[in-house]
Design a protein around this ligand. Structure first.
Ligand code: ADP
Ligand code: ADP
Ligand code: MG
Length: 452
């Protein structure tokens, strides 16, 4: 079969991921068109892209999250496909349907797959059908208090109420005992309605000694390969802070089981393009349970790139062009250890209050095994309208100890003046005995913060 190539791509995102996609396009010889809001005119992605188009005002509802603004730009620039990055329109099936109707390619799976996986209740049903273990809980949506009581009797406390449309660490609530079940249920339903426009919720057992482990997959519609796991146990408020690969706790047999479960799930839906199958891993039982699938590239994809040596964004573009996977599972080998720190413009001493503003000076770390995926530079002003992540520091080492030392060295080398970042907190976390031991659970960061 002859190799197919996209001639141009519209990048419907901002910040580090827009820049990441520009770089992949350049290496492939694909014309990159960055869609930017009025607040992002002076950003690195706009400067480095082949073309840039303003799609609206600062408010993301009227720019990055406005399907019509994005589709109009794609049609005006006659691009072959839209790369949505993560967040914004990346998991919006209605938007993907619009692309399909307009004949514009979408770098991701079909709308129907995004719709079923984006509904967490439906995703769990598909996982069960594929023989993948899921967290014990309700079989489907919980419509009222009586139903919740019945499930709680089987599952026990503590319980977790989750919004079916939740994401980004939002739309979850722990119920400690039967006393608050009714009020917690009412509250999360109304929060879900406001935040996601969908009040469907479900119940899960709240597992207390767990790690978050996920599998990176890539499919061409026929076959699926995986790139091993990422361990994202270091979280704050259910949001990832530090990610690493491989996981410090898996043995080869469990690793194989997780990967096989993820590939089976992809096969069940004839998955296409990049995806991540997320699991919680019970430290005591050493048993894993599916929680959700993200049908897009993830923030932490670089750790898998560093240990596999494969550029996942280029691979996404190759598959979106209509090419089959260029290699088989046995061609992928995982080498060494990678760690990513999400650096945010936030002040940990002030309850992680966002710290937007002008970066007077920015010194990027460098050297062997150090990668900085960031859109910031000296003189750049972080706008207050978006996510506070200013970049990701990713390091590679021959083993976990070397990766930790290298991350600490690079964090120390990085120098940001003018705003407050979470870099020093990352250094403290990585340097802690608990992190170094590799033995912790999702409560680790909260415990660490309260002990400081
Ligand atoms: P990843 O899953 O890639 O590790 P996150 O879960 O933090 O990363 O999500 C990536 C981005 O998408 C973040 O900016 C997050 O705020 C945003 N996001 C993901 N899902 C949703 C959602 N349902 N609603 C709002 N924002 C979301
Ligand atoms: P999101 O869509 O916001 O990423 P997830 O379902 O992936 O939501 O869950 C986010 C995080 O919440 C997980 O990484 C894990 O730390 C925690 N979590 C999710 N489900 C459970 C559960 N049943 N018990 C305990 N913690 C959970
Ligand atoms: Mg998740």
């Amino acid at each position: 079969m002859t190799h197919k190539q996209l001639s141009s791509v519209l990048i419907a995102n901002r910040g580090e991921i827009a820049l990441r996609i520009v770089r992949a396009c350049q290496e492939l010889g694909v014309t990159s068109v960055v869609a930017y809001s009025e607040a992002d005119r002076d950003t690195l992605a706009v400067k480095l892209a082949d073309k840039a188009v303003c799609i609206g005002p600062a408010s993301s509802a009227k720019s990055y999250q406005d399907p019509r603004a994005i589709i109009s730009a794609a049609l005006a620039y006659k691009v072959d496909a839209i790369h949505p990055g993560y967040g914004f329109l990346s998991e919006k099936p209605d938007f993907v349907e619009m692309c399909e109707a307009e004949g514009v390619g979408f770098v991701g799976p079909a709308a129907s797959i995004i719709r079923s996986m984006g509904d967490k209740i439906e995703a769990k049903k598909i996982a069960r059908r594929a023989g993948v273990p899921v967290v014990p809980g309700s079989d489907g949506a919980i419509d009222d208090y009586d139903q919740a009581v019945a499930v709680a009797r089987d599952v026990g406390y503590p319980l977790l109420i989750k919004a079916s449309a939740g994401g980004g660490g939002r739309g979850m609530r722990v119920v400690e005992s039967a006393e608050t079940l009714e009020s917690d249920l009412a509250q999360i339903m109304s929060e879900a309605e406001t935040a996601f426009g969908d009040r469907s919720v479900y119940l899960e057992r709240y597992l207390t000694d767990i790690r978050h482990i996920e599998i990176q997959v890539m499919s061409d519609g026929d076959s699926t390969v995986h790139f091993g796991e990422r361990d994202c146990t270091a979280q704050r408020r259910n949001q990832k802070l530090v990610e690493e690969a491989p996981s410090p706790v898996l043995d080869p047999q469990l690793r194989e089981q997780l990967a096989a479960a993820s590939v089976a799930l992809c096969r069940e839906v004839a998955y296409r393009n990049a995806g991540t199958v997320e699991f919680v891993f019970d430290n005591i039982e050493r048993q894993f349970y599916f929680i959700e699938m993200n049908t897009r590239i993830q923030v932490e994809h670089p750790v898998s790139e560093m240990v596999s040596g494969i550029d996942l964004i280029k691979l996404q573009l190759e598959i979106a062009a209509g090419n089959p996977l260029p290699f088989a599972q046995e061609d992928i080998s995982i080498r060494g250890h990678a760690i990513e720190c999400r650096i945010n413009a936030e002040d940990p001493a002030e309850g992680f209050r966002p710290s937007p503003g002008r970066i007077e000076t920015f010194r990027a770390p460098g050297g062997f095994g150090v990668r900085l995926d960031s859109h910031v530079e000296s003189g750049y002003t972080i706008p207050p309208f978006y996510d506070s992540m200013i970049g990701k520091l990713i390091v590679w080492g021959n083993d976990r100890d070397e990766a930790i030392s290298r991350a600490l060295r690079a964090l120390n080398e990085m120098h940001v003046e003018g705003i407050t970042t979470t870099a020093a907190l990352h250094a403290a976390i990585l340097d802690s005995e608990v992190f170094r031991s590799g033995r912790f659970n999702t409560a680790f960061v909260a415990d660490f913060l309260s002990s400081e």
